[in-house]
Design a protein around this ligand. Structure first.
Ligand code: BGC
Length: 590
C-alpha cells in the first residue's frame, strides 16, 4: 500500500508506524524504499518527491534558539569587531540535536521538534521561489550512548528495557511527528547516531562498547526503517572522520559494517541516502599544503607521527575514500556525503600560509598542517579551532568526495564536554579528554589541548564560540549576508565578495602600525573595509595609505578599487592607542 500526501496527519502517522509491507493499490517502489531483494518491502509517504540531494535547491533551516545564543554572546562581547563577526553568522543554519527523549517535546533550553518544524514552515513562507526548507535533525539517544567516551553518555543504558524506550518513546515519537501531513513539504535530513557504528569498528573490545553493540545495531536499523517509510526524510549515517576511520583496515571494516546494517533494513541500501563525516569534530576539510603521498626526507607525509600512516589526512580525502568503498560494497552511486564544517576552519594567526621548507618530515608536517591540535585524537573543545566553510549545498571543487553539502551539524559554541565533573540530569559524565590539565595516553602522553572552564556537552560555551569566530576559516568578514532578522532564512552561502585581514606590523607604548590585505573573491569594481571600532589614525590623512577614511570605514584611492577575482590590495595606518586585534575585518564590495 502506498500513502500519498493529502491524507489527514493522524491517519498517515498510524500507517507509518504500523510497519506495513507489500502493496495493494500502487506497489511501485521509490528510490529510497525499494527492498534490496527487489520486493516492495515498505510503504512510503511523500516518496514521489524524494530527490537525490535534499540540500539541493533548498533553504537550510535556521535554528532560532542557536541564533539567540549567538546574539546574546555578541551583545556581551567587549570586542566590537568580534561582536560584529558573531552577529554576521547568527543566521547560519545549524542542525537540531534530539539528544534525549525530552528534547522531542522541548526543554527549558530549547524548543521541541514540533516547534522547530513549525518555525521551518514559517521560514518556507519567506523562501524565494517557493524553495523548500531542509531541516537537519541529529538522532542521538541510543542505549549505552558514547560507549568509548564519557562526556556524552546519555539517559538510556544498554538494556532490553531501554532499547524498548528507544523504539517507543524516542524513534516512534519522532517518526509520528515527521509523518504529519503539515510537514510533508519540508525536507528532513536525519543524521543517524553519531559515533555509534564507528565505535563498533575500532573500539569493539572495550567492555562498554561490547555491551552496547547489539543495541547500536538494532537501534540504527530501527531508525533507518522508520525513516525510510517517510519519503521526505533522508537518512545519513554517521561515518566519523578521517582521523578515526581513514586507515584502510578501519575504512574497510566501517564500510563492511555499514553495508551489513543497510542489508538488515527493509529497504536495504535504499534506506541510506548518504553519510555524514566530521560530526562534532574539527578535522580540517583540506590540508592545503600537504599531500599524504608527498615525500620529504625520503618519507611519505602520511608517515609523520601526526598522521600515523593514515592516508586520509583530511575530510575530503576520507569522503572520497568512503564513497568509493561504499559504492563498491553495494551502496548506490547517488549516495552523497555531508561534511560537518562547523568547527574545522583552523584560521587565525596560527594558520600556516605556505608549505614548510624543512627537509625533516616531522618539522615539515608540523609547520605545514593547518590542523593545530596536539594529536588527531584530541576531540574535546580543542583550542585553536575556528568556524569552517559556511553551510552550502552541493559544494563544488571536490568531485571525488561526492558532497551533498557542507553543514554545521554540531552547533558551534555548544560544548563537547565539561572540564571537570558537573552534576546534571542528562547522564553526562566527566571525560578527562575535556580537562586541559590532563595528559592522555591516547594523545601520546600530551596535554589534551581542551579549552578550560567548559560546561557539560551540549551546553552553550561563550568562550568557545568567541574563539571559533576569531579563528574562522574562511574568515567571517567574508560573509556579506550577515545580520538579517530572526527567522529569516539565510541563503546558502559561498564566500563573500572580498576578504580583509589585519596584521599589526609594529607596536609601541601608545601606538602601532597596522597593515590590511584586501583580497577580492570575485571581480569587484569597488570595496570598503570597516576599521576596528575606536581606531584613531595618528596624523589624519598623512598617516593612512592606500585608502581614504570616512566615518570609521575606508575606501580605496585610485586603481586598487578594481580588483579581479583573487587579486589583492593593501593599505595601512599608524594608529594611536592599543593594538587592534589581528584577524578579519568586515569587507564589502560591489
Ligand atoms: C551532546 C548533546 C548535544 C550535541 C550538540 C553532544 O556532544 O552530547 O547533548 O546536543 O553535542 O551540541
Amino acid at each position: 500500500m502506498r500513502v500519498t500526501p493529502g491524507i489527514a496527519g493522524a491517519v498517515i502517522a498510524v500507517l507509518a508506524l504500523a510497519g506495513c509491507t507489500g502493496g495493494d493499490d500502487d506497489p511501485s517502489p521509490t528510490p529510497t524504499a525499494s527492498a534490496s531483494d527487489g520486493s516492495d518491502a515498505t510503504m512510503v509517504i511523500g516518496g514521489d518527491d524524494h530527490v537525490d540531494n535534499p540540500y539541493d535547491g533548498a533553504v537550510m533551516y535556521v535554528n532560532e534558539d542557536w541564533s539567540t545564543n549567538v546574539r546574546e554572546t555578541a551583545g556581551e562581547s567587549t570586542d566590537a569587531v568580534l561582536a560584529a563577526s558573531m552577529k554576521a553568522v547568527a543566521n547560519q543554519p545549524t542542525a537540531v540535536w534530539l539528544d534525549r527523549i525530552a528534547a522531542i517535546e522541548g526543554t527549558s533550553d530549547a524548543r521541541g521538534l514540533e516547534a522547530h518544524l513549525d518555525a521551518a514552515l514559517r521560514q518556507a513562507e519567506s523562501a524565494e521561489d517557493g524553495a523548500p526548507v531542509v531541516v537537519t535533525l541529529v538522532i542521538y539517544d541510543l542505549p549505552g550512548r558514547d560507549c568509548y567516551a564519557l562526556a556524552s553518555s546519555g539517559e538510556l543504558s544498554a538494556t532490553d528495557a531501554d532499547m524498548a524506550r528507544y523504539r517507543e518513546d524516542y524513534i516512534d515519537v519522532i517518526a509520528e511527528i515527521l509523518a504529519r501531513e503539515e510537514y510533508a513539504d519540508l525536507r528532513i535530513v536525519a543524521v543517524v547516531e553519531p559515533d555509534s557504528l564507528p565505535n563498533l569498528v575500532t573500539n569493539a573490545t572495550d567492555s562498554r562498547c561490547e555491551d552496547a553493540a547489539p543495541y547500536y545495531r538494532e537501534g540504527v536499523v530501527y531508525a533507518l526503517d522508520s525513516f525510510a517509510r517517510l519519503g521526505h526524510v533522508y537518512s545519513y549515517l554517521d561515518a566519523a572522520h578521517s582521523g578515526w576511520l581513514g586507515w584502510p583496515d578501519n575504512a574497510g571494516g566501517a564500510v563492511a559494517l555499514f553495508a551489513e546494517i543497510a542489508q538488515e533494513t527493509q529497504a536495504g541500501f535504499g534506506s541510506i541516502d548518504g553519510f555524514v563525516t566530521d560530526t562534532a569534530n574539527t578535522t580540517p576539510l583540506e590540508e592545503p599544503f600537504l599531500d599524504a603521498t608527498d615525500t620529504v626526507g625520503g618519507q611519505e607525509v602520511r608517515n609523520a607521527s601526526f598522521y600515523e600512516t593514515n592516508p586520509d589526512i583530511d575530510e575530503v580525502s576520507w569522503a572520497a575514500d568512503l564513497w568509493s568503498r561504499a559504492t563498491a560494497a553495494g551502496f548506490a552511486e547517488s549516495t552523497g556525503i555531508v561534511i560537518d564544517t562547523s568547527r574545522n576552519g583552523w584560521g587565525g594567526t596560527a594558520r600556516p600560509t605556505a608549505a614548510s621548507s624543512s627537509t625533516d618530515l616531522e618539522t615539515y608536517v608540523d609547520e605545514s598542517r593547518v590542523d593545530r591540535r596536539v594529536h588527531r585524537g584530541a576531540w574535546c573543545n580543542p583550542a585553536g579551532a575556528g568556524l569552517g566553510m559556511r553551510p552550502e549545498a552541493s559544494p563544488e571543487g571536490y568531485p571525488d568526495a561526492h558532497l551533498d553539502a557542507f553543514m554545521w551539524v554540531k552547533p558551534p559554541g555548544e560544548s563537547d564536554g565539561s572540564s571537570r565533573l558537573i552534576a546534571n540530569d542528562q547522564g553526562k559524565a566527566f571525560d578527562q579528554m575535556c580537562d586541559p590539565a590532563y595528559e592522555s595516553d591516547r594523545l601520546g602522553g600530551q596535554l589534551t589541548g581542551a579549552l578550560p572552564d567548559a560546561p557539560i556537552s551540549g551546553a552553550w560555551f561563550p568562550a568557545q564560540f568567541a574563539e571559533l569566530v576569531a579563528n574562522a576559516y574562511p574568515p567571517v568578514g567574508t560573509d556579506v549576508t550577515t545580520d538579517g532578522a530572526l527567522g529569516t532564512p539565510t541563503p546558502t552561502l559561498g564566500s563573500g565578495a572580498c576578504t580583509a585581514m589585519l596584521t599589526v606590523r609594529d607596536s609601541w607604548e601608545g601606538g602601532y602600525v597596522a597593515d590590511v590585505t584586501v583580497t577580492a573573491n570575485v571581480d569587484v569594481s569597488n570595496w570598503s573595509v570597516e576599521l576596528p571600532a575606536g581606531t584613531v589614525v595618528r596624523d589624519g590623512a598623512a598617516d593612512i595609505w592606500g585608502v581614504v577614511e570616512s566615518g570609521g570605514s575606508v575606501s580605496p584611492t585610485g586603481w586598487s578599487a578594481t580588483l579581479a577575482a583573487g587579486a589583492s590590495a593593501t593599505f595601512g595606518w599608524v594608529g594611536v592607542g592599543d593594538d587592534p586585534a589581528a584577524g578579519p575585518l568586515v569587507c564589502n564590495a560591489s
